[in-house]
Design a protein around this ligand. Structure first.
Ligand SMILES: [Zn+2]
Length: 263
């Protein structure tokens, strides 16, 4: 789609009662200023205009479903330079009634192919659709204490993959964290995220294998740097206070990235 066309088609307004019901169900959507609250609503309407929802296995896409996904998906790009452009590599969003058993295939270093099944609450494919389990989307209305949010997780992957490949390092804006080149910006990001990920991995291993204290952040984030980024984004957007206590350095970098004021 041509980007300039987006501005030409007015987004249909979201009915007030439906919007208020969404805000009430997902309290972490509350914004500190009226300006931010209005921006969230406008961008959610634009998101609904640009994306196509499909229900799998007979699941019916109601206004409640589409609005819940739109409002949460917009949260990470609310202040990102480029806004919804971060999501313009795909159109489809597939909603399953509950978790999905995905068939996986990997090849190990010896060239042996392993096939296995994985139960997933969501999935984001590069330049492809986003898949979500409605049961898990709904569950995020009450799991902010645990920092859990499947919609933000999958759309964080989309932000990460926007420059090709899920590596836990999205395209950083010029001047990021006071740097003067793309290379320096990348180093400013990696020098904080990589050690935080490695320390978190150690903590999860201590907890799982040696009976150490369980981590607050979802241990799934220890599987790879890209999963760490997605899981950290969930927590950052739904429980900033707890996330900031556990990952003060990452919080600073996330603020610099996600709250980057538009020029
Ligand atoms: Zn993931």
């Amino acid at each position: 789609m041509f980007k300039w066309l987006r501005g030409l088609r007015a987004a249909p307004a979201i009915p007030d009662a439906a919007w208020q019901a969404t805000l009430a169900r997902y309290p972490f959507l509350a914004r500190p200023t009226d300006e931010d609250a209005a921006r969230l609503r406008t961008m959610a309407a634009e998101f609904l205009r640009d994306k196509e929802f499909h229900g799998a296995h007979g699941f019916v896409i109601t206004d409640e479903v589409a609005l819940a996904v739109a409002a949460q998906a917009v949260l990470p790009v609310l202040h990102l330079r480029g806004g919804l452009d971060w999501y313009d590599d795909f159109v489809g969003i597939v909603i399953h009634p509950s978790e999905v058993v995905a068939q996986r295939k990997t090849m190990d270093e010896a060239g042996v192919v392993h096939e296995y099944e994985e139960v997933v609450a969501g999935e984001a494919m590069e330049r492809g659709p986003v898949m979500l389990s409605w049961q898990d989307v709904l569950a995020s209305s009450v799991s902010a204490d645990q920092g859990y949010n499947v919609v933000i997780h999958e759309f964080a992957h989309k932000i990460d993959m926007r420059d090709g490949g899920a590596d836990g390092s999205p395209t950083l804006p010029s001047g990021f964290a006071g740097t003067s080149s793309a290379r320096e910006a990348r180093a400013a990001w990696t020098d904080v995220i990589q050690p935080a990920y490695e320390a978190f991995r150690e903590q999860t291993i201590l907890a799982e294998r040696f009976g150490g204290e369980p981590t607050w952040l979802d241990p799934y984030g220890a599987t790879s740097l890209s999963e760490f980024f997605a899981v950290a984004c969930e927590a950052y957007f739904v429980n900033r206070a707890h996330f900031g206590r556990d990952f003060p350095d990452v919080l600073v970098r996330f603020d610099e990235f996600f709250l980057n004021p538009r020029p």
